[in-house]
Each structure stands twice: as C-alpha cells, then as structure tokens.
Design a protein around this ligand. Structure first.
Ligand code: SF4
Length: 465
C-alpha cells in the first residue's frame, strides 16, 4: 500500500507498521509558500499511519484514518468540522467496502491537504453527465468547486421552459424535463452554480465566427473560446485557482480533438489553467497538476464518444439523477434553426441585428414572404401568447373568432404580403377547411380585417424556412 500526499514535493510514503505520533504543536493555516514545509511534516507522520492502516481489523483501520486526519489538521491548524467530514466519509466507505482501505487511505490525506490549501476551481457546468462527473471528481480530490453556467440565448431547454410558462398544460407535463440541469447538479453535489447571461455579447460569435461553423450554424470553437475566456474572468473575480470542464478527448468532432482542445485553451487565455479532468491523463500536464493542486494519477483517461466509464463512475459515486446524453440542446446545431438564422443574416445588415431578432428565430413557423418581409406563425398556445404579449410592437395577424395561429411580421409588409400571410395562416387554423377565414391586422397604422381562403400545402412550401 502506498499513501500519497499532494504537495509541492509530491511526497509518497511507502508502507510500514507502527503508531501515529501526534505533532507536538498545532500551527496556523499556511499560505502557499509554506506548503513544502507542511508537506514535509505530514510526510514524516505517514509511515506510522500506513502501518496502522494496513492492519486487518476494520475498526483499527477506521481509527487510524481518524487519527491521521486529526494529525494533518493539527499540523495545518485546520478546523474540526473538516476532520468530522472526512472521518465520517471514510467510515461510511469502509462500511460499504472494507477492502477499500488502500484506495481510501491514499485519498483521505490528499483530500485533507488540498482542502487546507483552500484551492477553489471554477467548473463550467452544463449539468450533463460529463460536467457532473468532472465536478464530483474535483470535489473528491478536495478542490472546492464553484460552478458557472453561461446562458447564450440559444439553449433549447431555456427556451422551452420560457414558452411552457405561457402554456400551463405543457408546463406541468414538462416540469421535470425542463429543469435547469446545471442548478440541479450543483444542488445534488452541494456546490454553488452561477448562471451568467452572455446573450448580448455572444451575438458576434454567432454572426462572425473566426473558426467557422459546424454542420449547422454552430460556431463551436469560437463559442468554447468565448465561454472559457468568460470563465477565466469569473475565476479571477472569485479568486479561483483554475478552470475545469467536462470535456472528453475525441467525444465531439469539432471541439474535442487534441489540437482543438489545446487551441481553445490557448485562445481563451487560460492556457495551463484549464484542466479537463476526464481526459487529463491523455493530455499535456496542466498547471494544477504541475503545482500539485491535483495529482495526475487521480485524474482520468476517458476518451471517445462512449459514456460507459462516466456512467460507471456515476453509479459508484451515487450520482443517479442526470439527463441522458442526447445532445441537441443548442439551437445553433439544429438545421431548421440554421436555415432561419442564415436567412436572417442574408436579409439584414449584421450591425442592425439585436437580441430580439434571434429570440424570434426560435418561435413558430417561419415564412419568407419577400425580401422585405418575413412572417412567423405561432404553433401552439404558448407561442401565440408569447407573440401577443411580447411582440406587440411588431405588425401582427390573428384569426377572428376561430382558433388559429397568431402571426407576427418582420420587416415592412405591403398589402400583397399581408394577403399572402392571411392565406398561409388560414391553412393552419382549426378546423382546417376551405372556408374563408377573417383575420385582424394590427400594428400598421389603424387595425383592420382581411379575409382569405387557406392556401394548399404545395403553395405554402416555397415560403417555408
Ligand atoms: S453546441 Fe452550441 S453551446 Fe455547444 S459549443 Fe457549439 S455553439 Fe456552443
């Protein structure tokens, strides 16, 4: 059995037999330059501890762990509650698996030691399996985790949650599915998660990405660089020591190749202060590893698209509530959305675009009526309500007296556009029939009504985005 303590000298002590000697006097908490001294002191007492921890009796091992934790705490002048925490965790683990002693005894002092150093790391948390495992691993290595989650304005779930608010029947049905997974992960693992809205400053990343788009309109490389540079700023604000993510080498084609991971780290300004714990053993050593804040051997070597290792770890660590890895949670990877976005960028000067234009891309059916006008039709009660409530500044079309879609125009519709819009909207009214439907038009001088027969599908298709 080997017992490891992470420190500047990366002390490793081999096994023996004997009794732990308590240090002669408690010392106050040490700043980083004194870590080598502390590490040396802890190294001195470990051989005796190892001898005890190697005993066959479970209760003796448990007692030994308690003693070593207390001894380390005394050396570092640390607080009692941390002793209680670690002792109770190690005791619980022993009860679950008495044979876990060697692993456990190598974890506990290292965990204590790093906690004493007060190392905080900022984790980019989506709440998916990978970032949850990465955060849990950091915690198990004694790192204090501060989660951050960036809201780009293009998150599918955020949008569904918003629209569900306007449709009570749906919100009930979707309640579980639409929770914020980053907050859920933070709550389950008991670390704070800050959600930061970057939607306004993020737009140039979408309209003009330096590294181009993926298969849809997803500027993933620029997006990761942008988010990680924001994470770096956040790390500086909160006094974090480094940033970690749940990225896995080779899992995603665009951003998780070895070279791209390195490029993103460099361009974000984080460089060696960015660690990907799930694949760290396969990547170049980072500053946290070189400094001994985390030990390379404690990190993982996961690669590829499979999730077996992560799921096994989740089970072993008691993480049982996480979203199924399904992907597709970003509008920018959706090909239908990409068509609409491309149409927007083709028809409007980029400098004139603002956040609302992008919000509209997520709602309803989109019809390009002419170069000057686009029609957006609500698809359900939630979208109709959203259009009526929040887009009242735009010209609108709404069926009189029968259920149907509320539509909103972008641009300046001429009468020919409005007639066409009425024919299209009539097609989507319920019940669908060949009956003439009357619509109210608002937002263009004085309100008025217009009647139209539903257009057949083949007449509508060419306008659809
Ligand atoms: S999928 Fe969306 S959120 Fe994720 S990296 Fe790509 S652009 Fe960014």
């Amino acid at each position: 059995m080997r017992l490891c303590v992470a420190g500047q000298d990366g002390a490793v002590v081999s096994q023996g037999c004997g009794k732990v000697e308590a240090p002669t006097r408690a010392r106050p908490f040490r700043a980083k330059p004194q870590m080598a001294q502390i590490s040396a002191q802890i190294t001195q007492i470990l051989p005796a501890f190892n001898r005890r921890a190697n005993c066959s009796s479970l209760s003796d091992r448990r007692e030994a762990i308690g003693d070593i934790c207390e001894s380390i705490c005394e050396i570092c002048g640390f607080r009692d509650f941390a002793v209680a925490l670690v002792v109770s965790e190690s005791t619980a683990l022993h009860q679950l698996c008495p044979n876990a002693a060697p692993t456990l005894t190598s974890i506990v002092p290292a965990l204590m030691f790093r906690s004493l150093m007060g190392i905080k790391a900022v984790g980019m948390i989506s709440g998916g399996l990978d970032s949850t495992i990465a955060a849990c691993l950091m915690q198990r290595l004694g790192i204090e985790v501060l989660g951050v989650n960036f809201s780009t304005g293009f998150c599918l779930t955020d949008h569904q949650r918003l629209i569900a608010n306007f449709s009570p029947a749906d919100s009930k049905r979707r309640a579980k599915k639409l929770r914020n997974e980053a907050l859920r992960a933070g709550s389950d693992l008991r670390f704070p998660v800050e959600i930061i809205d970057i939607s306004a400053e993020y737009l140039p990343v979408v309209t003009n990405p330096k590294y181009g788009y993926g298969s849809a309109m997803n500027p993933c490389i620029d997006c990761r660089i942008f988010m990680l540079s924001r994470a770096r700023k956040y790390m500086e604000e909160v006094g974090g020591s480094f940033v970690f993510t749940g990225e896995v080498l080779g899992q995603r084609p665009m951003t998780q190749h070895r070279n791209t991971l390195a490029l993103i780290a460099r361009q974000s300004g984080l460089g060696g202060l960015l660690i990907r714990p799930l694949s760290a053993k396969l990547l170049s050593p980072t500053i946290p590893e070189k400094e001994g804040w985390v030990k390379r051997n404690d990190l993982l070597d996961v690669h590829g698209r499979g999730r077996t290792t992560q799921m096994e770890l989740a089970q072993a660590w008691g993480i049982d509530d996480y979203p199924q890895p399904a992907g597709g949670c970003c509008f920018l990877t959706d090909h239908n959305f990409a068509r609409r976005l491309k149409d927007l960028l083709d028809h409007r000067p980029h400098a004139e675009l603002h956040h609302q234009d992008f919000v509209l891309l997520k709602i309803g059916r989109h019809m390009r009526l002419s170069d000057r006008t686009k029609l957006i039709l609500g698809r359900d009660q939630g979208e109709n309500e959203y259009i009526e409530r929040f887009l009242s500044a735009y010209p609108q079309i709404k069926p009189d007296s029968i259920p149907g879609p509320t539509g909103v125009f972008q641009g300046t519709p001429l009468s020919v556009d409005i007639e066409l819009a009425a024919g299209i909207a009539a097609h989507f009214t319920a019940p669908a029939s060949q009956e003439r439907v009357t619509f109210s038009i608002s937002g263009l001088n004085d309100p008025y009504t217009i009647g139209a027969h539903p257009l057949p599908p083949e007449r509508i298709e060419p306008f659809r985005l």
